[in-house]
Design a binder for this molecule. Structure first.
Ligand code: NAI
Length: 484
């Protein structure tokens, strides 16, 4: 029998987890559970990552974590245990499924527009690295990591999944028109992988347009793959389309460890009242059962849930406001009572069980993710980020003194907009400039030449940060300032 780790979580977590496990037990789901210590109270006990070392060891040896929502204590400098878990165990693909559920009324269900959308959100990179700095008292900077290998693993997962499910379409949501290097890289990898799957119809949509299209014609979409932050926002939008967070399941898939949880949080406003809706966690549990190859029992239980929803039973967060809502435990009991019943709409077929999705447990060392570099890298200059509250002309005057015959000053920008050599006096300024120095000869520069420039420039300014201007062949590894 497969053994999995279970963390009940905080707030409504224990109530909805108990409800789901009671449904599993009633259906004889062949799983053993080992409860692990994770969540707010573990932070409070002094474990700064929100889990005990024993919990970490158990999860790493079992490979599957079924978890309730967990609260991140505010203002204590600790990071979210949810994000830590996803990143520590490289659960790189966040799969969230949003389907019309009969009995859960929405504007779309009333209009007869069916929804069946799977969001695959990159789960590790992007601004969720939380690598942030205050460059000056007034200027905060967040680093957004989009990597080729990181994009490759999640996009490949999305295509494999789309092919397996016979998806009508796979769409990449992005903002590559603005973030040409980061989102541009994600989109390039998407197009590259798409060529390996000629049988899957692939296209891309700019994320703002995607949001508009999702709320007007959600039925046109099937699988959508996005970077982390955009995926987070778009998936909550999709949760709204099908009736809210109470119906949004989530799977964090990795090659070694996978985590199954609801999209929603701990709902502190209703915790301890036995009124929370366990459906999202239950749907996440079905995803977990299918991941483990337990297709039959997943279908039997999903049919019981669909039958229950169709019959109009509901918790307080949805359904007909005239009826008395059921409590969490009553709702779970109703589903248990409907085990074996077949819903009228979209009954799930009883597929044969399959071998579990392979989990690779043994890792001596984590392989360095690296892709081949096609061309020699050259350093063609440097961006020096300096603190100054002088006007652009005066900053430029000082900067021009320090070129040392090696560099030429190309541009000054403020929050990404060029303010020197040309610019507009209407451009708003903050006390932090980027000074772009490029090689004067057009030949690559050395790191020691950059360091010498740094020493000269710091006589006039505090240097907050630097970035090398890398180039591969004709491909420049840096963006141009607005107006440059
Ligand atoms: P939330 O999702 O907990 O609550 C938002 C609203 O939805 C509330 O009105 C709540 O009552 C309602 N709601 C959520 N789940 C429900 C359910 N199953 N049944 C009925 N109503 C439900 O979001 P919020 O308030 O922003 O976050 C609360 C805490 O949860 C925070 O500490 C946050 O960090 C944490 N959180 C944890 C997540 C996780 O463990 N994966 C995900 C999101 C938030």
């Amino acid at each position: 029998m497969h053994k999995i780790a279970v963390a009940k979580g905080d707030g409504i977590g224990p109530e909805i987890m108990d409800a789901v496990l009671s449904i599993f037990q009633a259906a004889g789901v062949p799983l053993e559970y080992e409860t692990v210590e994770m969540g707010k109270w573990v932070f409070d006990k002094g474990f700064s990552n929100g889990m005990t070392p024993e919990a970490q060891q158990t999860i790493e040896s079992l490979g599957i974590l079924f978890k309730g929502p967990m609260e991140t204590p505010k203002g204590k400098g600790v990071k979210s245990v949810n994000v830590t878990a996803r990143k520590t165990w490289n659960t790189y693909a966040n799969k969230r499924t949003f389907q019309t559920l009969h009995g859960v009324d929405t504007v779309f269900s009333k209009a007869g527009i069916p929804i069946d959308i799977t969001i695959v959100r990159e789960n590790i990179e992007d601004t969720y690295g939380g690598v942030e700095h205050l460059l000056t008292h007034d200027v905060a900077l967040s680093r957004r990591f989009i990597t080729r290998p990181g994009s490759m693993q999640v996009i490949r997962y999305a295509f494999e999944m789309a092919r397996k499910k016979g998806a009508r379409r796979i769409t990449c949501g992005h903002k590559a028109n603005i973030m040409k290097l980061t989102d541009g890289l994600f989109l390039d990898v998407f197009n590259e992988v798409a060529r390996e799957y000629p049988d899957v119809k692939a296209d891309d949509v700019i994320v703002d347009d995607l949001c508009m299209k999702l709320v007007s014609r959600p039925d046109l979409f099937d699988v959508i793959v996005l970077t982390n932050l955009q995926g987070d926002i778009v998936s909550d939008l999709c949760a709204g389309l099908i009736g809210g967070l109470g119906f949004a399941p989530s799977a964090n898939i990795g090659d070694h460890i996978s985590i199954f949880e609801a999209v929603h949080g701990t709902a502190p406003d209703i915790a301890g009242k036995n009124i929370a809706n366990p459906t999202a966690l239950l749907l996440s549990g079905f995803g977990m059962l299918r991941h483990l190859g337990l297709m039959q029992v997943a279908a039997v239980l999903e049919n019981a849930l669909l039958y229950t929803l169709e019959s109009g039973l509901h918790t307080g967060d949805f359904g007909n406001k005239q009826d008395k809502p059921l409590s969490t435990t009553e709702f779970a009991a109703a589903i248990i009572g409907n085990i074996g019943k077949i819903p009228q709409h979209q009954p799930r077929p009883l597929l044969a069980d399959q071998p579990p999705t392979p989990t690779h447990f043994k890792l001596a060392a984590n392989p360095m993710l690296e892709s081949a570099e096609a061309l020699q890298e050259k350093v063609m200059g440097v961006d020096m980020f300096i603190e100054s509250n002088l006007q652009p002309m005066m900053v430029a005057e000082k900067c021009l003194h320090h070129t040392g015959g090696i560099f030429q000053l190309i541009t000054l920008s403020n929050r990404g907009t060029q303010v020197w050599p040309t610019g507009s006096s209407f451009t708003n300024l903050v006390n932090q400039y980027a000074c772009r120095y490029e090689s004067a000869s057009g030949e690559p520069v050395s790191q020691s030449e950059v360091l010498e420039l740094y020493s000269r420039l710091m006589q006039d300014f505090k240097i907050c940060s630097t970035e090398l201007l890398n180039q591969w062949g004709e491909k420049k590894g840096y963006s141009l300032a607005q107006g440059q």
